[in-house]
Design a protein around this ligand. Structure first.
Ligand SMILES: *Cc1c(COP(=O)(O)O)cnc(C)c1O
Length: 586
């Protein structure tokens, strides 16, 4: 055999080596309350696509035995919260392995529950849910893995020790040989510390050399998810020293992981990663400006198509583009679907949604009336009330449209007082404005099931974030996969997804909220309403191009392939010897 290296081909590309994916939240299935919103959904969709594609991957998260929270809204729009206790043994198998982490100098024992996510062709992605609810732990430590995003910053840092350091040690204890550690957001950044300590064989961190750090960096990759500063976890030196230990805190400070006197989890992740990415093109630009010392690539988010395409649309696609589940790129061929069939199929999805609205609220909405959807976390930058800036004008548009229905949903974090006030305002205005022509409904407890019904069943998906705070957004992608166009601010994914009049419409940038609301009204009045009301065939064509153009790209099937090629197994890092070895392995 000649000693030369075979030219590159996909057959010989060594997609090998286990990836360990770390995420504070993962939406595993609708019955497990282990997620709060977009980050968890993205993590779950990533794992579902990894399972479908056969990527060798395992995931680590916390058990969150009390869940996030169930939202209740009273008549005047005040939110109250209820815990969501669940039993891991109903969905997972307990692993015999035990590891320990040190938290405030206490030894905390951690176990793992294994849940198996099975892909379309049988490939399994195991998810390990870490749990400290064990007899050997002291009272408070038993609750460390109870509440997703609950408690104070002390609780958060303690949870991050369990997730990052605990997860890395658990992977070891389970006998896994991990080649790539993927930190999905900064919450898991402390895994790098466990790897560095492992590298030093238990010696003092102060003894770490550049080459020890380089060894850790070779294995770690990181995804940042938000340009909102509050979304990046920070802890004081006092907290870090007390909870992590003085030696570790001092070492992290030496390594430049503090910013303005605070330990910054994003900085830890960036310092210790060989590759980092943001979650949309625009978010990459914003992230590079936030962290100018680091090269941050972009891999645009997606959603898991078979999870978010509603039953009626699935049937239509199975009949016309049967390969779409295996390879989402075939959704591009949806360009050939008959307009009438799309309209009829969408009507079925809309009827399912409106039946759910009726059963939840007693309100009977009209399936022939233009229906807008707006559902997301009630953070103020998302501007849920932008549509109500000029109530007179909104009423006028509703009349001109022959009726308008607007469906709202979204939770505010229990400690987010402005977010709760926003929900209250929307519900208040909704009650004042609703009449025969305009119906506004706020639906309780936005979660997986309601998200699926809304994104498939409304006619237009509306998103009004304040630029540039939307990293990506994924709910509009779910809508697109059901042929539902978006009407949105040009931020996050929509910069890449918007083709005016073809996949939806852009709300134009303005100097302030008032100006942007004018653009929102203009687009509704001049583009959306006349097309919906007067030219159904054109609306059907719009739905078709939305599905074909955006469904074929904004999916996690494409996204996971980009992660494998750019982050996990980058072509430029593969050593020639490895390529050759792989070429001759069978
Ligand atoms: C998809 C989804 C999200 C994320 O959507 P955004 O567009 O980022 O707001 C949040 N919550 C639920 C329940 C979802 O299904």
């Amino acid at each position: 055999m000649e000693n030369s290296i075979k030219p590159f081909s996909y057959e010989t590309f060594p997609v090998s080596g286990l990836v360990a994916y770390f995420s504070m939240e993962i939406a595993i299935n609708p019955l497990m309350p282990t997620y709060s919103g977009g980050l968890g959904m993205l993590a779950g969709d990533t794992l579902r696509s990894a399972a479908d594609l056969g990527v060798p991957l395992v995931a680590f998260t916390l058990a969150h035995r009390k869940g996030y929270f169930q939202q209740h809204l009273n008549g005047s729009g005040e939110q109250s919260e209820e815990v969501q206790p669940w039993n891991p043994s109903d969905f997972c198998k307990e692993e015999p392995a035990r590891i320990t982490v040190s938290v405030e100098e206490r030894v905390v024992t951690v176990r793992a529950w294994r849940h198996e996510l099975v892909g379309r062709y049988g490939h399994v992605v195991p998810i390990y849910l870490l749990d400290t609810d064990l007899d050997e732990n002291a009272g408070l430590d038993r609750g460390l893995t109870d509440h997703l995003y609950g408690g104070d910053t002390n609780y958060r840092l303690q949870q991050e020790i369990v997730l990052g350091m605990g997860g890395a040690r658990m992977a070891n204890a389970l006998g896994l040989t991990v080649n790539v550690y993927h930190m999905n957001e900064g919450h898991a950044a402390l895994l790098t510390l466990a790897l560095l300590e492992g590298q030093l064989g238990g010696g003092p961190l102060g003894a770490a050399t550049e080459s020890d750090i380089a060894q850790v960096r070779r294995k770690c990759v990181f995804t940042t998810h938000t340009p909102v500063p509050a979304g990046h976890d920070r802890f004081s030196m006092e907290q870090a020293s007390r909870i992590l230990g003085g030696d570790r805190a001092a070492r992290l400070e030496k390594l430049g992981c503090f910013h303005e006197g605070l330990l910054n989890m994003t900085l830890i992740a960036l310092r210790f990663s060989r590759y980092a990415n943001a979650v949309a093109m625009q978010h990459g630009k914003v992230s590079r400006a936030m962290f100018p010392e680091f090269p941050v690539d972009s891999i645009t988010n997606g959603v898991h198509a078979p999870t978010w395409v509603c039953e009626p649309v699935q049937q239509m696609l199975d009949a016309h583009v049967p390969a779409w589940r295996r390879d989402n790129l075939y959704l591009r061929n949806a360009i050939d679907l008959p307009e009438q069939e799309i309209l009829k199929t969408h009507m079925r999805a809309k009827e399912v949604l409106l039946a759910e609205v009726a059963s939840r609220t007693g309100l009977v909405l009209n399936p022939r009336v233009l229906t807008l959807g707006f559902a997301r976390r009630a953070a103020t930058y998302k501007r849920a009330s932008l549509l109500f800036t000029d109530p007179e004008r909104l009423l006028k548009i509703a009349t001109q449209a022959g009726g308008l229905q607007i469906l709202y949903a979204g939770k505010a974090h229990p400690q987010d007082i402005p977010g709760k006030a926003l929900i209250h305002d929307v519900i208040e205005v909704a009650r004042k404005l609703s009449n025969d022509m305009l119906r506004i409904v706020y639906l309780e407890n936005y979660a997986w099931d309601l998200g699926a019904l809304l994104t498939a069943g409304v006619d237009v998906w509306v998103n009004t974030p304040r630029r540039p705070y939307e990293a990506s957004g994924t709910s509009g992608m779910k809508a697109a996969l059901n042929g539902v166009p978006s009407l949105s601010i040009l931020d996050g994914w929509w910069i890449e997804g918007c083709i005016e009049g073809v996949t939806g419409w852009a709300i134009e940038d303005g100097a302030d909220d008032a100006e942007e609301s004018v653009s929102l009204y203009n687009k509704l009045e001049r583009a959306v309403v006349p097309l919906y009301r007067d030219v159904p065939e054109k609306w059907g064509r719009l739905m078709r191009t939305t599905l074909a153009f955006n469904g074929s790209f904004f999916n996690t099937n494409r996204m996971v392939k980009q992660y494998t090629r750019n982050s996990y197994y980058p072509v430029n890092l593969i050593e020639p010897a490895k390529v050759e070895e792989a070429a001759y392995a069978d």
